[in-house]
Design a binder for this molecule. Structure first.
Ligand code: MN
Length: 190
């Protein structure tokens, strides 16, 4: 599952991890990395079956259930990527600066006829719901695939629950890394 990840990178040049990294154990993790590459985006990653399933979210996550944030699937990343921050050099894949914008654990919420639907199955069917316990984000979120074939799109949506905060613009009010406290501009300066 990590073949594409490895093929795209030259580990002699990029500081990104080449190893697999351990699974998290009892509770699966999620991580959101703010990535200032050719275009700024937020990489949303969920631990599923020992890897980080990944989507690039151009506008980042929202705490408002009315927002539907486009989420473009990208290659699986190794568990070791979850705490990566730093700068990928010019000329390398994804060149630019990365900070860990949020990290935490999640619970799968997807139940069908009283049975918990495994995340991998929910994602294959294009409808996953999960409860995030992050440092910034909390509550239910859904990843939903709409359309078919070439026209298929994934959306990341906040579920309407007690953790929803429609008036909050969290990517603006909390720009910093949850690991280092640094903004992406500060990280880029080294
Ligand atoms: Mn990225």
């Amino acid at each position: 599952m990590l073949k594409e990840y490895r093929e795209r990178r030259d580990f002699a040049r990029t500081p990104e991890p080449s190893g697999v990294g351990p699974s998290s154990g009892e509770q699966p993790i999620f991580v959101i990395q703010k990535h200032r590459a050719s275009t700024l985006h937020y990489d949303f990653r969920l631990e599923v079956d020992g890897v980080l399933k990944s989507w690039a979210v151009p506008k980042g996550p929202s705490t408002n259930p009315r927002d539907k944030r486009l989420a473009v699937p990208t290659e699986d990343h190794p568990m070791a990527y979850a705490d990566f921050e730093g700068t990928i050099p010019e000329g390398e894949y994804g060149a630019g600066t990365v900070i860990v914008w949020d990290i935490g654990t999640y619970r799968n919420l997807k139940v069908d006829d009283g049975r918990e639907v495994p995340m991998s199955e929910a994602l294959a069917k294009g409808h996953a719901t999960f409860w995030l316990e992050g440092r910034k984000l909390a509550g239910g979120y859904a990843l939903i695939r709409t359309g078919k074939g070439e026209g298929a799109r994934w959306l990341l949506v906040k579920m309407d629950d007690e953790a929803a905060e429609p008036g909050l613009d969290i990517v603006r009010s909390r720009p910093e890394s949850v690991l280092s406290g640094r903004t992406i501009e500060q990280m880029a300066q080294g």
